[in-house]
Design a protein around this ligand. Structure first.
Ligand code: FDA
Length: 397
């Protein structure tokens, strides 16, 4: 029976960070995972370049950028372990990176560099890593946690649960963290796929399908009062792209999304200018100067005004503006956990201490990372939460 000070379940972003920090404090640490490799989601993240943080993933700049039943829960960890701390680590390993857009920091090269950084730090901190080891069960008695695996029984004074959410089961996601939370008397809020493409009923899909592959950048996509100005992508399954992924965290069944295809340009001005300079032009031709040809054609057909621009009234222009700037469609659902980048909801923060991530009712038990009811925006916010919550638990576990 192997015994450690701290056992961490899950060798993802949060678990590795917790292992590093606890190891640095001289604790004997084991990070355990059922996957064959550590940090698989880090490896595939950011299109293989890992958007490892966002310069705005701070409490000051990004108060509204972390969704939770209690958004204040994340503040303590996020303010103590900031993007600058992780950037310093990346600099220490001389990993080249760049800001892509909106404060998003990506590796210039492979995201494997971030996995290697974490594994190297874990080794330096004398942390142990046990992979390819499914967990059969966890129990708690006399102040000790026992973790049963097929081959051995492991014991620790502290147990950190960092097994993530339900997104991408093919990559090893399970609901283990939620099961353990329930087993230990903690509540779990409703979970749903987030940062995920939206899907539509066959009738709408038929109209959208010929547009598959077209991107519109930027669009403004809104649900209620929430909106995002980012790129949108037509796919053969529905709509995707950063603006759609972002709004998916706020969309609920039954909601319509409102798409503004001209959030920046003055569409009315463009139409009036074209009417006076080229009155013989058709609407489709003017639109195709600003949007992909196939999209311009589809939109012009849907609007159904076939006269030349010179013959169009201001009322027609208003109709065109309404159609293109307030295009309202109702998704039927999302692509689900199969492609969702994260799980919205999770272990209820009411049962956890925001400084330490420790369960209030079970001393020595910690929950960190995506498993917890804290979900960031797209763009490096979720890794920053994983680093910060892992770091916070690692200071005390
Ligand atoms: P994570 O899921 O990383 O780790 C959990 C670990 O637990 C895994 O290693 C898993 O194998 C293990 N595990 C699960 N169940 C287990 C069980 N029953 N027994 C043993 N082990 C178990 N975020 C971001 O900020 N920037 C980005 O660029 C991206 N890009 C991105 C792309 C894609 C395709 C996805 C799916 C997600 C992203 N994300 C992202 C989100 C980001 O990957 C996510 O928020 C973090 O990986 C969460 O870190 P955790 O350590 O909490 O969980």
């Amino acid at each position: 029976m192997q015994s450690y000070d701290v056992i961490i379940l899950g060798a993802g972003a949060a678990g590795l960070m917790a292992g590093i920090e606890a190891g640095k404090r001289g604790r004997s640490v084991l990070v355990l995972d059922h996957a064959k490799n550590a940090g698989e989601k880090i490896r595939i993240s950011g299109g293989g370049r890992c958007n490892f943080t966002n310069v705005n993933a701070t409490v000051k700049a990004g108060r509204d950028r972390f969704l939770s039943s209690n958004p204040r829960y994340a503040y303590s960890a996020l303010s103590r372990y900031t993007p600058e701390h992780f950037i310093a680590l990346v600099d220490q390993y001389a990993i080249p990176f760049h800001e892509k857009t909106l404060g998003q920091l990506f590796c210039d090269g492979s995201s494997q560099q971030i996995v290697n950084l974490l594994l190297s730090e874990l080794k330096k901190a004398h942390g142990n890593l046990l992979l390819d080891t499914p967990i059969d069960g966890v129990s708690h008695a006399d102040g000790n946690f026992t973790v049963m695996t097929a081959s051995e029984t492991l014991i620790a004074k502290a147990l950190v649960v960092a097994t993530g959410g339900k997104s991408i089961p093919k990559m090893g996601a399970t609901g283990l963290a939620y099961q353990l939370a329930t087993q230990f008397g903690l509540k779990v809020t409703e979970t749903r796929p987030a940062l995920v493409p939206l899907t539509f009923e066959p009738r709408i899909l038929e109209r959208l399908a010929p547009l598959s592959g077209i991107a519109v950048d930027p669009t403004r996509i809104a649900v209620g009062k929430k909106s995002f100005d980012e790129a949108m992508l037509f796919t053969h399954r529905g709509l995707s792209g950063p603006a759609i992924l972002q709004i998916s965290s706020y969309w609920r069944e039954g909601d319509a999304i409102v798409i503004d295809l001209f959030p920046k340009g003055d569409l009315g001005g463009i139409l009036r200018e074209a009417r006076s300079s080229s009155p013989k032009l058709q609407l489709q031709t003017v639109l195709s100067q600003h949007l992909a040809k196939r999209l311009a054609q589809m939109l012009a057909e849907e609007i159904g005004i076939t006269t030349m621009l010179g013959d169009m009234s201001d009322r027609s222009f208003q109709k065109i503006e309404d159609s293109l700037r307030r295009w309202t469609i109702k998704p039927t659902g999302s692509e689900g956990y199969r492609t969702a980048e994260v799980t919205l909801g999770g272990i209820d923060t009411d049962g956890l201490d925001s400084t330490t991530m420790q369960a209030r009712n079970v001393p020595g038990l910690y929950f960190i990372g995506e498993a917890v009811d804290v979900t960031g925006w797209l763009g490096g916010y979720n890794f920053q939460w994983a680093w910060a919550s892992g770091w916070a638990a690692g200071q005390v576990a």
